[in-house]
Design a binder for this molecule. Structure first.
Ligand code: SF4
Length: 527
């Protein structure tokens, strides 16, 4: 399909005398076009006159992956770059290489595959065989060095990798497996990223996506983004206004990162977008940071997501997300008042210290929300805890799939199979956990999954010891496969937070540069 027919503001450049870069998104086009990080890198690369960058997404069937812009296969490009935000996409990358006739094993091929994205900051090990260089960094922080190195050495895989490997944020496993890698971040943030490429064929149709702050200082213990983007950072009001001014009147705009934004400044700047007849959307709302003025921004918004996570007072302390039922109700009433038609509420099951009483509390909470007849459509989505690397929950256990199925049944029964409930499949959560907590052995699993082999069979064939990945030892010194990545947050702090979680104690909230608790702010002070 010629997708360019449905797009605006894409780049179509001639290839002659330019370095050609395939920007691979290892999932479908619709998702790629809703990913600000991916679109931002696409735009930035194309601003360099000597580079032509084209997008390549996962094909729907087993066809040859080709670029959106000129239908070229991956083999035609000088360099393959990929951005991976989600661990379930690891096998998709290998599948795309296979479909392209490119040997997925890095040391046995000539093609160059360079990978970045937040999933890899958490743990790149399961892809160590397939990627030549992992670039663990925020794009803005490394653009200049990266482009310079790429431009000088793109013609030689050997030279390019050895030069990239000199940067502390790059891991070239075939060159220096034992390297300690430090994620590179941008400070201070300057211009907010805005995606200009618009498409009709995406979930957020023809929507400009823009980031107004990065990270979140609330410290929810399960949330990887809340840890690896530390310290939370803001853009200046002037820069946000400058970027908003480039958005044409009447546009749809998706605001990202509202949680840590300076609410007064961002709300007043957003109001100027409303004056230009723009329609605003928000990724999800952090209930305890919502300003009353905020609701006015929702006048064209039909639906929004909020995440109470649990109805249990005990588990709220374990999660460090203590939002009262009254607050949820108050916000729902305000959302109704301001014209929203539907709200999606997210919950997590399989949490540390979770008991039957906690599930009952969640059931009671959901029932009470339904009983209020708010006149707003409520949908409840239940997922299962994936204990992510670089969070305090990295020591938490992933429960047995059978146990998770039991929990699902219990909640379904308690809520009388209400039609507005959605549950993740526990097997998907298991796969996600294995991929994000994996090591070299899980790379073998990635290879089989990429060939279309089902998880159960692949686990049997490889004889994978599940316990090793799902039940870490309760030991602050326990060695995780991802310990070689420094995300700026100390392991000691994560362990303390894990102890506080088990003692049902709430954690601290960030006050950037006024505290040294997790050590992320100190990294900036030494820059
Ligand atoms: S040092 Fe303190 S303020 Fe800075 S990121 Fe860590 S917890 Fe937050």
């Amino acid at each position: 399909m010629n997708l360019l027919k449905f797009e605006k503001n894409y780049f179509k450049k001639k290839w002659t005398n330019r370095i050609s870069v395939a920007l691979v998104f290892p999932n479908y086009y619709e998702l790629a076009m809703s990913n600000l990080g991916y679109l931002y890198v696409y735009q930035r690369l194309n601003t360099f006159s000597h580079i032509v960058c084209e997008r390549v997404c996962l094909p729907k069937g087993n066809e040859l992956p080709v670029s959106v812009e000129s239908n070229r296969p991956l083999k035609d490009f000088d360099v393959i770059l990929t951005s991976i935000s989600f661990e379930l996409d690891y096998p998709n990358l290998v599948k795309m290489l296979n479909l392209s006739g490119i040997n997925p094993l890095a040391k046995e091929r000539d093609e160059i595959v360079i990978a970045g994205g937040i999933a890899l900051w958490l743990n790149p090990k399961p892809l160590y065989k397939f990627v030549d260089a992992f670039v663990l960094a925020e794009w803005e922080a490394i653009e200049e060095d990266f482009i310079k190195t790429l431009s000088n050495y793109f013609y030689s895989k050997e030279l390019l990798l050895s030069k990239l490997n000199e940067y502390p944020y790059v891991w070239c496993p075939q060159l220096e497996y034992e390297k300690k890698v430090k994620v590179e971040k941008k400070y201070p943030l300057e211009t907010p990223p805005l995606s200009y490429v618009l498409s009709e064929k995406t979930e957020f149709k023809n929507t400009y996506l823009v980031e107004v702050a990065r990270g979140c200082g609330m410290g929810c213990r399960f949330c990887a983004a809340g840890y690896v983007y530390r310290p939370p950072r803001r853009y200046s009001k002037a820069k946000i206004s400058e970027v908003f001014n480039t958005i044409p009147p009447g546009s749809k705009v998706g605001i990202i990162g509202f949680e840590f934004a300076n609410k007064t400044e961002v709300i007043s700047t957003c109001k100027r977008l409303l004056e230009k007849d723009c329609k605003l959307g928000f990724s999800s709302l952090r209930l305890d940071t919502v300003d009353p003025d905020f609701f006015e921004l929702l006048k064209h918004t039909k639906s929004i997501a909020i995440a109470p996570e649990t109805g249990s007072e005990k588990l709220k302390k374990v999660l460090n997300k203590d939002i009262s039922e009254e607050k949820v109700l108050e916000v729902l009433k305000l959302l109704k008042k301001f014209g929203l038609k539907s709200v999606k509420l997210y919950f997590i099951l399989g949490l540390p210290l979770e008991e039957k009483e906690d599930l009952e509390a969640t059931i009671r909470f959901v029932k009470s929300l339904l009983s209020f007849k708010l006149g707003i459509k409520l949908a409840f989505s239940f997922s299962f805890l994936v204990p992510k690397p670089h969070t305090p929950f990295q020591w938490a256990k992933f429960l047995d799939v059978k146990e998770l199925e039991e929990k699902k049944k219990f909640v379904l029964k308690g809520l009388k199979h209400d039609k507005n409930l959605r549950f993740e499949n526990p097997k998907d959560a298991l796969l996600q956990t294995l991929l994000i907590r994996g090591d070299e052995k899980i790379a073998e699993l990635v290879l089989l999954l990429a060939k279309g082999i089902k998880l159960k069979r692949a686990l049997r064939e490889l004889n994978i010891p599940l316990k090793k990945y799902l039940s870490p030892e309760e030991d602050p010194e326990f060695e995780f496969p991802w310990d070689f990545i420094n995300t700026w947050v100390s392991k000691e702090f994560l362990w303390k937070e894990w102890q506080r979680a088990k003692d049902l104690k709430l954690g601290i909230r960030c006050k950037p540069f006024e505290c040294k608790a997790c050590s992320a702010c100190s990294q900036i002070l030494v820059l």
